[in-house]
Design a protein around this ligand. Structure first.
Ligand SMILES: Cc1cc2nc3c(=O)[nH]c(=O)nc-3n(C[C@H](O)[C@H](O)[C@H](O)COP(=O)(O)OP(=O)(O)OC[C@H]3O[C@@H](n4cnc5c(N)ncnc54)[C@H](O)[C@@H]3O)c2cc1C
Length: 307
């Protein structure tokens, strides 16, 4: 179906209804809803994103098990089928200008009435040899996403902070009795060590260097040569938001100055700028981002119709 106005949103120089940044579940779901209102919508994306790294998503309604890239490819073609224009370019800057948003990407400047920022985050991973071989298969970073896949298996929890103790206890309660905690770069305080001992959770301190195994994970080698056998690893190293392009905007952030505060249908403190997924406060899951995308799109539609 042709969009309202007919001309190509990438080339026309006209004010667009909405620019969406990021083709993860949040951005794509927003595009599908916006496209089905016949709005003039332009989606910017670049390769990668956290969903793209998910090898098997099993908690997304309607998909028994789907690789992240397949979910995204299907979503992208679905969005395009409803007339959303797609540009593979990194958004470099978003500014406000006379009640509109100015978006700079790929050496060009675009104007839009609304912007949806859905560019997610990137993982901070320990520099472990062979990590790409096992990432998302037996090396996991998210308990909500992949805790289930550790059920009944020999698990190593790795963390640079004391939070790893809590995570180890939770993993034992929910998924597997065979848990060891590797304190990466710090000494476990005695009271926490006693708690781990009481719960039958193994504990090690040291710097992990290499994941061992060819087809399947067999263990971790530490810098001092010790080997810790395991079948699965949960290693949280933190995330960095993909929000560099929002730097010029005085956005309200959480008390740590990290995640963007939103209200209502994921609208930020700047009216008309909606923020989804890992960029905003709240749990980050594919289906949650998609729901936020749908809600933001519907809210935008009501405002465009009122104008
Ligand atoms: C290994 C792994 C397994 C996971 N498993 C699950 C699971 O089983 N179930 C689940 O619900 N969740 C899972 N997740 C989490 C899930 O991927 C995130 O919650 C989800 O990515 C949030 O979606 P999003 O749309 O906010 O962002 P993302 O999926 O991260 O998408 C962001 C998009 O924005 C693009 N982008 C970034 N910066 C820019 C820019 N400047 N300009 C243009 N485009 C940009 C990226 O390239 C990407 O296309 C997993 C994550 C990982 C890493």
């Amino acid at each position: 179906m042709e969009q309202r106005g007919g001309s190509d949103p990438k080339e026309s120089g006209e004010v667009l209804d909405c620019i969406v940044i990021g083709a993860g579940p949040g951005g794509l779901q927003a595009c599908i809803h916006l496209g089905r209102y016949n709005f003039r919508v332009l989606l910017f994306h670049r390769p990668g994103g956290r969903t793209w790294h998910a090898k098997h998503i099993e908690n997304y309604l309607g998909c028994r098990s789907i690789p992240g890239p397949e979910l995204l490819d299907t979503g992208l073609s679905q969005a395009e089928s409803f007339g959303v224009a797609v540009e593979r370019a990194r958004v470099e800057r978003v500014k406000t200008r006379e009640g509109l948003f100015e978006v700079q990407a790929g050496g060009k400047t675009y104007l839009s009435r609304f912007v949806i920022a859905a560019s997610g985050a990137r993982e901070s991973l320990a520099p472990l040899k062979n990590l790409p071989r096992f990432f998302g298969i037996s090396y996991f970073t998210c308990m909500i996403c992949d805790g289930y896949r550790t059920t009944g298996r020999k698990l190593l929890v790795m963390d640079r902070t004391i939070n790893g103790v809590r995570l180890s206890l939770g993993m034992k309660q929910l998924f597997t009795s065979d848990v060891t905690f590797l304190a990466h770069g710090f000494t476990i305080p005695p009271n926490y060590a006693a708690l781990l001992d009481e719960e039958g959770i193994g504990r090690v301190e040291g710097r992990p260097e290499e994941l061992l195994g060819e087809e399947t994970l067999e263990g971790v080698r530490l810098a001092d040569g010790r080997v810790i056998p395991c079948e699965v690893i949960l290693g949280w190293g933190g995330i960095t938001l993909n929000d560099e392009y929002l730097e010029d905007l005085p956005l309200e952030r959480d008390t740590e100055g990290f995640k963007i505060v939103t209200k209502g249908a994921s609208e930020s403190s700047i009216p008309g700028l909606f923020v989804l997924g890992a960029l905003r406060q709240g749990h980050s899951q594919a289906i949650i981002s998609a729901g936020q995308g749908a809600e933001a799109a519907i809210e935008i539609s009501t405002r465009i119709v009122e104008l």
